[in-house]
Design a protein around this ligand. Structure first.
Ligand code: G4P
Length: 291
């Protein structure tokens, strides 16, 4: 679901998370492994302040494995523990309670030293829309709990979900907003499907996708669509990128009268196949981009 984030929504989302933070021991920040930076809330460090945090890179089934490893090393360098998961199939999801316990180990030890039997540790999943929060909550709960398509301000009675014997999770996630002041971020989120087409022009998103794929994954794209055209020599030359889009359209039979390529139809195909993972594992951001 697409949320139009106005300043009022952001304030409300922040307040809701801050109220939930009072109830929990650890925040579990969920990111999309294909776009770990663009799927990150710009104020997350400020919002989660002093709370212990576990970072989860989700949708790793769609992401480039080597780049996911680089991201984990990057987060380790910042002092965060991270875990690469796939909430849709459950890959490595069972390691979450283990990591959480490790992160809260000192607190647990202190309680034991005082003779207190520690209660189950309590966690909250936070992230921008569409990173997989509801899918993960359902996976951890072992049943359907969270309604997908969340928005701030739509609250329901909160409950604790038991995850094994030593961890509990709030059944409603903390919803954060993406950084849309940066147009590239919006495009990357649209490419991955986090922002729906209704908000952005489908041809613009596909144009951006072909440009990014030409830069990072030319061989993969060329093979998938059987391209006969050469890679763009200058990625800033729009005509060069459109030439590739047209080749894709031709190869997929997206033609209109006069043999012209139906770019809108071709755009739909490019985005659908990209999001479904048909082009293989693709990550659009790497820690090296920040250097
Ligand atoms: P949210 O609560 O953070 O908004 O996200 P949600 O769980 O609704 O997940 C958004 C979409 O991402 C869903 O697909 C969901 O199936 C998919 N998803 C979540 N985790 C993973 C993952 O690890 N790998 C892959 N490949 N997909 C994942 P959808 O198409 O919007 O809905 P549906 O077709 O699954 O019903």
């Amino acid at each position: 679901m697409t949320i139009q984030w106005f300043p009022g929504h952001m304030t409300r989302a922040r307040r809701e998370i801050e109220a939930k933070l009072k109830l929990i021991d650890i925040a579990i920040e969920l990111l999309d492994a294909r776009v770990p930076l663009s799927s990150r809330n710009p104020m997350v460090d400020d919002i989660l302040k002093g709370k212990p945090r576990l970072i989860l890179l989700n949708k790793t089934d769609l992401a480039d494995t080597r780049t996911t490893e680089k991201w984990m090393a990057y987060f380790a360098g910042l002092g965060y523990t991270s875990l690469a998961i796939d909430a849709s199939t459950g890959t490595r999801v069972n390691e979450i309670p283990v990591k959480v316990k490790q992160l809260l180990h000192e607190k647990i030890e202190r309680q034991l030293a005082k003779g207190i039997t520690p209660r189950a540790v309590r966690g909250l999943i936070v992230g921008i829309p569409n990173v997989g929060k509801s899918t993960l909550i359902n996976r951890l709960a072992g049943r359907a709990i969270a309604a997908t398509g969340d928005r701030p301000g739509v609250t329901k009675g909160q409950q604790w979900i038991k995850v094994g014997t030593e961890m509990e999770l709030l059944d409603t996630p903390g919803i954060l907003w993406p950084k849309f002041e940066d147009q590239l971020v919006g495009m990357k989120l649209a490419m991955t499907g986090a922002i729906r087409e209704q908000v952005l022009n489908i041809e613009d998103v596909a144009f951006f996708a072909v440009k990014e794929l030409s830069k990072r994954y030319w061989d993969t794209m060329s093979e998938r669509f059987n391209l006969t055209t050469e890679p763009p020599k200058d990625l800033d030359d729009a005509d060069e990128v459109v030439r590739v889009m047209e080749d894709i359209g031709r190869k997929r039979g997206c033609l209109v009268s006069g043999g012209r390529v139906d770019l809108e139809k071709a755009s739909g195909i490019i985005l659908r196949e990209l999001r479904a993972g048909n082009l293989g594992r693709i990550t659009l951001e790497s820690p090296e981009d920040m250097m």
